[in-house]
Design a protein around this ligand. Structure first.
Ligand code: IFM
Length: 447
């Protein structure tokens, strides 16, 4: 394929907490991430997202910038605690008004809004009530989703429920690196299940409105085994079940992968029979975030239980500053695997991109981020290869529009098409932004 289809959707993605700043402005409640980032030692250099990219104030010029870059769609997330400061109950009209204006501005600029309802920032008040470990959280999410559909559903037709629920489960409930900071497998199993129930409830809420299309966003990381040793193969299979199939199997096949029992053991409760029906409510598409693959081996160290998996670094491979191997071929492989396991459901690449150490802007403000251009070139070719093989991919969102707050890494990891001067908020489109604009204009001929 030399060109992507005419109706292929080209966009860029961000998330609320990572770019907006002004976390408590205009009546917003604190989110779990706001609170977490204000606890010493949680984030590199104790950086916070109190200003981030200042998008909450600079959204108008950011929409103008997206237009200049030729974006056809913008995937952003909505901050639950701006809309419902206590998580449920009383709506904060000023919070809704922010997204209402943003959607209008995007449409006026000819850019299709594609909101994600939940990109990790939970109202702190709900975390205090048990967060995703509380069964009720799925219904609280449904209530919030209903408010958003009611407010924006006349203008938005492309919705995503959760972003990367695996990260919420793993980083938040197994590794203790994200809020709520737990290291508890029983909590992880509960949170995973309730996130999925929340997803299903939100899908049903949208269906009740009779408008719009909806899907979930999962991060997929192909798991390759370091050797044919049975222990390495088993460790690889478990890593795959845990990260890649734990969420897509229930949503698309209506059951959990059997191998999860080997991970969770008796920390997995029996859930009510009707739950799976809610979780597997039919969706319109799946959003896939792809960054890298991993090569895995068995690790006997008791500290790595119950996964007993370690990643093997590949000599000679290029790694990003996240320490993620650059491996476009695994994007093609991932898409073919998805089609084989789940059938030819429509897909979007909802995130793809790379953090590299960028050169400083030169005297004309130019940032020559050659590595990132190469990354996009390689991955778009890999995407085209999968589409040539018949995989139904409808669009691509580069991560990310702006250099932003990379969670516990603070501002050190830069993924943006556009650099942001932290002192002034000034935006500098990098060479990758120009490269991407040409890709969009030429429908991929510029790769
Ligand atoms: O920045 C994150 C984003 O919030 C979720 N997907 C991965 C990105 C890079 O780590």
């Amino acid at each position: 394929m030399t060109r992507f289809p005419d109706n292929f959707l080209w966009g860029a993605a961000t998330s609320a907490f990572q770019i907006e700043g002004s976390p408590l402005a205009d009546g917003a409640g604190p989110s779990n991430w706001y609170r977490f980032t204000h606890e010493p030692g949680r984030v590199t250099d104790d950086e916070t997202a109190d200003t981030a990219c200042d998008h909450y104030r600079l959204w108008r010029s950011d929409v103008a910038l997206m237009r200049q870059l030729g974006l056809q769609a913008y995937r952003f997330s909505i901050s639950w605690s701006r809309i419902l400061p206590a998580g449920t109950g009383k709506v904060n009209p000023a919070g809704l008004a922010f997204y209402d204006r943003l959607v209008d501005a995007l449409l006026a600029a000819g850019i299709r809004p594609a909101p994600t309802l939940y990109h990790w920032d939970l109202p702190a008040a709900l975390e205090d009530r048990g967060g995703w470990c509380n069964r009720d959280c799925a219904d609280w999410f449904g209530e919030y989703a209903g408010i958003i559909f009611e407010a924006l559903g006349d203008r938005v037709d492309l919705w995503f429920t959760h972003n990367e629920p695996w990260v919420v489960v793993d980083a938040g409930h197994v590794q203790g690196q994200h809020p709520p900071g737990l290291r508890d497998l029983r909590a992880a199993a509960l949170a995973a299940h309730n996130l999925l129930r929340g997803h299903g409830i939100a899908v049903q809420r949208l269906r009740a409105t009779g408008k719009g299309q909806i899907g979930i966003v999962v991060n997929q990381e192909p798991k390759d085994t370091a050797s044919d040793d049975p222990d390495d193969r088993r460790a690889t299979r478990l890593a795959d079940a845990y990260m890649n199939r734990q969420f897509l199997d229930p949503v698309l096949l209506g059951s959990y992968p059997g191998d999860l029992a080997e991970i969770y053991g008796d920390r997995w409760d029996d859930f009510p029979a009707g739950d799976m029906e809610v979780i597997s409510t039919p969706i319109d598409f799946v959003g896939l975030n792809y960054y890298t693959r991993s090569v895995n081996r068995y690790d006997p160290d008791p500290a790595t239980a119950p996964f007993h998996v370690a990643q093997v670094r590949q000599p000679g491979a290029l790694y990003t500053t996240m320490d993620w191997e650059v491996r476009p071929a695994s994007l093609t492989a991932m898409l073919l695997t998805i089609r084989k396991r789940y059938g030819n459901i429509p897909l979007y690449i909802t995130e793809n991109g790379a953090a590299f150490r960028d050169p400083e802007p030169d005297t004309h403000g130019r940032v020559a981020d050659t590595d990132r251009c190469d990354y996009f070139r390689g991955h778009l070719s890999a995407l085209a290869a999968a589409m040539d093989a018949g995989v139904d991919v409808r669009g691509y969102f580069a991560w990310s529009l702006l250099d932003n707050f990379e969670w516990t890494f603070g501002y050190a990891k830069t993924f943006g098409l556009v650099a942001v001067d932290s002192a002034t908020g000034a935006r500098f489109p990098k060479d990758s932004a120009r490269f991407y604009r040409n890709v969009i204009r030429s429908r991929g001929a510029g790769i």
